[in-house]
Design a protein around this ligand. Sequence first.
Ligand SMILES: [Zn+2]
Length: 538
Amino acid sequence: MSRGFDLLISGGLLVDGTARPARPADVAADAGRLTVLPPGSRVEAARVVDARGLVVAPGFIDAHTHSDGVALLDRDSADGGRDRELVRASVLQGVTTEICGNCGSSLFPALPERLDAMRSEAEISFGGDVGAYPDFAGFAAAHAAVPRANHLASLVGHGTLRAGVVGPVDRPVSAAELRTMCELLDRSLSQGAAGLSSGLIYAPGTYADTEELVALAAVAARHGKPYVTHLRDEMSRVEEALEEAVEISRRSGAPLHVSHHKTAGRYAWGRTARTLPRIAELRAGGMDVTCDVYPYTAGSTALAAMLPPWANDGGLAALTARLGDPAARDRMRRAIAEGVAGWENTVGNGGWDRISVACAPRHPETEGRTIAELAAAAAADPLDVAADLLVAERGEVTIISHSMVEEDVRRVLAAPYAMVGSDGVPKPGGRPHPRWAGTFPRVLGRYVRELGLLSLEEAVHKMTRMTAVRFGLAGRGVIRDGAHADLVVFDPATVADRATFAEPLLPPAGVAAVVVGGAVVVRDGEETGARPGTVLTP
Ligand SMILES: [Zn+2]
């Protein structure tokens, strides 16, 4: 019997997202839902994709993005050039859903009287003026007005929530303020936000104590949603930081998800040999704990995050004033040299020679060079070079931190509860970290095909179903009858990242087609112009 489908993908090898062995099958889509057919099924379809020799998998779900405002940037851009490159990089990799709002930073929620201040601070983190919204519904409405190729889901950022109630200040919250924060969080979770995230190395998230986080995570727990955390330390005190997250999860009842798990800096290299068995032990004891990872030995973040927490107290204007004060600079220099209790101190754990400038829009000549190199060239102290650059760029400098070793990256990637996330930092310009455009094909090309670290089925599972389950995305990340028709078709023999530190936005090789909601959004590595993406409400 023959019936008409919207789309038929025929002749491919089905890797269904569950980690089950690949098998030949045809896959059809109709009204946004999938039907799995025996290979060689003779059915009618409005469009046919020939997938002979190719893998058909669920569309990838990026567990960790900062894409909160990228589509909104594109809306405002006059030429659409570089912004467009940033926007399309995700879908060209086969990502059909992005999870944003990570590391404690989202575009909502905030009290109405804080929205203007939040909007200008968000410009630095999210690549331009992308707004600030009172709640998830406001954020979703802003996105709904901008057509997009893939889907977006958002966590509630704890740092944003804190700044949105009390401002970017270094002090404990009052009981009344904490109640207000819980209410705003509860409202956004009710509206469809996917969980609570924290970024405990960043201001203002770093100003929170464990008690504050337990109270907020308990709200997420009531919604059955996870507490997702960029640990307070991923370097020399990573194990203590992991235990804080475990305590928050235990006392609040929220499932725990550790963001971009790493043990970085020379004192912590190899330490995944201790953190991963600890997580495995917790899981064996019945705790719901998972993590995500990006497949690179370098990280990327804001230059201002290299400074001690007190330097950022009060937000950008206060930071700029301190950077202009030689005595305050000396205190920062000392803090980096000697450490501060409870502060990660990336530079003290590595050195300015491991920190390179990714994006400094007004000083492109610094991009791609390390702070140590810039300091040597200017015969200046590295802290002064960093401070001068921050002042000149009004705080808007992103860096790449070459802080990890390959052995740790492989160990985390291979952990059976680790899913894949890109963690790109959106900057229209400069030389962003290549993970923005290369993460998913890099796992499939380098870690599956070349190194054999993972089977293809395991790798696809880490990019699809595992992530959908973690973030409550029902009917996604899997190919089966009735599932949402989000798919990627790629060549397992050629799929690879091409993005490099020198050319960070080069699209990958080997991605033949990407389907979102039953519509083909990428064909032969090019966007088709279809914009079926939506904001998801888990
Ligand atoms: Zn982070």
